[in-house]
Ligand binder design. Sequence first.
Ligand code: ATP
Length: 263
Amino acid sequence: MMDGESVATGAVPAASALAVRGLAKHFGDKVAVNGINLDVPAGSFYGLVGPNGAGKTTALSMATGLLRPDAGTAWVHGIDVWRDTLAAKRLLGVLADGVRLFDRLTGRQLVTYSGRLRGMDENTVAERTEDLLRVLDLEEAGSKLVVDYSAGMTKKIALATALIHSPRVLVLDEPFEAVDPVSAANIRSILSDYAGRGGTVIVSSHVMDLVQRMCSHVAVIASGSVLAAGTVDEVRAGSSLEDRFVELVGGRSTGEGLSWLRT
Ligand SMILES: Nc1ncnc2c1ncn2[C@@H]1O[C@H](COP(=O)(O)OP(=O)(O)OP(=O)(O)O)[C@@H](O)[C@H]1O
């Protein structure tokens, strides 16, 4: 579907891994998300891009059962996120932006806790926790308190908590922010393998080059509305995604800039 066009209401979009219809949220006078529609095909690697304050985090929070929408709803594999929140959450792994972790636990304890909370058995949780710590280069840090982690380590341990139960749909808000290049490459290959095996990944990112290389689909959001959505090739329409993004969103300053900023 292009440009978030409206669809017939009433039908449950069961074919999509994640679908949202008419999703809206305002904070006081500020319209953060302005009635958006999106369809994320199952098995896709879906990028969500947009300028700062575009509404990406708000939209993803509403789509994953973390923030109640003013209007509209979301479905995960046909399950209404706001009618059957628990069932929808079982299918989801979420890396939320800025959500507090239980940071008085060690990394290993936090990941273990997430697995146990999902009802997984102890041995599987222990095995997967070690696997995750290893591929995310957190083996040593696993016995440190999360409160003492760097920003990148915190991002990686939060990602581990989103992966432990092998969800059908992963929703990751800026998963590469503050993460070093080697860990980022490891995370990219984990996510690509996962999508290759039928999982669905939705990532928000500001790195256009990464989205262009990594994602099969992309939606461009600005001022709470979807400006374009589809496969990456459809959206970039022969240009680079970065050029297309600037063209769609505008806002490049061409003036003199900060003439006083000099040595
Ligand atoms: N809890 C809140 N209270 C008030 N305003 C909010 C709140 N959360 C978000 N907003 C506002 O809603 C708008 C959308 O914010 P949101 O965090 O969804 O943007 P974003 O696209 O994720 O931005 P970024 O790329 O900078 O992370 C912004 O104008 C923001 O100031």
